[in-house]
Design a protein around this ligand. Structure first.
Ligand SMILES: [Zn+2]
Length: 356
């Protein structure tokens, strides 16, 4: 269980009071529910989207809060990218099954952070082309996507002790289901995060040394010293009973670990712990027909061919062969049968001693 004896403990409403007194909720953004109310609240938050078809139009994002007494605040988000479906589905399942009386603290649920993208099953926003997960901490007077990021950061992240942002591979990638965390400078936060990833229930746990943290929700949360968890649950713009079950169980286990739901986390075994490294990703240098030689979950050795790319029109041309740079386990494979120059084809992560 998390240490609840220090400033990291939830004191619900503190940030919101600060926000109101400083005028931090920008006038154009609004929320139809009181985020600090007890009980179950369901509504939307709204940012303006002025366009030809609707001069005073808005982008509405569904949000739910279940709050009951004292305890931590956990923010659960899915659909940060709109072509990743396990998060939205598992969070909808959670909303239907959790009774207010079972909660100690507060659960804030946004199943579709980028709701407009989720509606059309696309990674990026059809509103403005924005990549929400490159837009944090947002801009209160920016594009609709930047304003959504600003609202989420200012009003939701700042209220939370822990954020779980559920991703999958989307259209372009397929993963071995994993819970992921980052290399953190704060040893205590690293140890606390390790306990969460141990009990989440995915086959893999991946330590990421983020090469480009700019604009990620991850960075915005971690910069505030809060616990941040993220996932990659399969992908391919598809969904399965297995991956929804893994995600749902992970959400419930996270809430139990945080003390928001009673009981101990339930999982078969701690995950295999691996780390992403610089030479673990094989990137296509030509476009063509993609022939994977390994799938997520496969063990490979440095030098092993992991994919071939066949020039589409030249039957005499030999394929481009991509090889693993490291010994380890395949965590990601390019999903479509066609690949472009610059696309990551296969990512291999190396085994590492678990931090628990
Ligand atoms: Zn994503």
């Amino acid at each position: 269980m998390p240490d609840t004896s220090d400033a990291h403990t939830a004191h619900r409403g503190d940030d919101s009071r600060e926000a109101r007194t400083s005028g931090a909720l920008p006038a154009p953004a609004s929320c139809s529910i009181d985020l600090d109310a007890e009980g179950r609240s369901i509504g939307t938050f709204s940012v303006p989207w002025s366009r030809d078809e609707s001069g005073w139009g808005n982008v509405l994002t569904p949000i739910a809060v279940i709050a009951n007494g004292e305890g931590p605040t956990v923010l659960l988000t899915g659909g940060n990218h709109g072509d990743e479906f396990e998060g939205p589905v598992a969070l909808r399942r959670l909303l239907h099954e959790v009774e207010v009386e079972r909660v100690s603290g507060r659960i804030i649920v946004v199943p579709g952070l980028n709701q407009a993208a989720l509606r059309v099953g696309r990674r990026l926003s059809p509103v403005d082309g924005g990549n929400l997960n490159r837009s944090f901490p947002g801009n209160p007077v920016g594009t609709p996507t930047q304003r959504i990021a600003d609202f989420v950061f200012r009003e939701l992240v700042k209220r939370a002790d822990l954020v779980l942002d559920i991703h999958s591979g989307g259209q372009s990638m397929t993963f071995e289901p994993m819970i992921a965390t980052h290399v953190l400078a704060d040893e205590r936060r690293t140890a606390e995060t390790a306990e969460y990833i141990k009990v989440f229930g995915t086959p893999l746990a991946v330590l990421i040394d983020e090469p480009d943290p700019n604009g990620l929700l991850d960075s915005a949360v971690e910069d505030l010293g809060k616990v941040f968890l993220t996932t990659e649950i399969q992908g391919g713009r598809a969904i399965s009973a297995r991956t929804v079950d893994i995600t749902h169980r992970g959400v419930v286990n996270t809430l139990k670990q945080a003390g928001v739901l009673a009981g101990e986390p339930e999982f078969d075994a701690p995950p295999t712990f691996v780390r992403m490294v610089d030479d673990g990703t094989s990137v296509a240098t030509i476009g063509g027909l993609f022939e994977p030689l390994a799938d997520p979950g496969d063990e490979v050795t440095a030098g092993d061919p992991v994919a071939r790319i066949h020039p589409i029109d030249d039957l005499a041309a030999p394929p481009s062969v991509l090889r693993s740079g490291v010994n380890g386990i395949v965590i990601m494979r390019h999903n479509p049968g066609l690949i472009e120059s610059g696309d990551p084809a296969i990512t291999v992560a190396v085994h590492e001693a678990a931090p628990w």
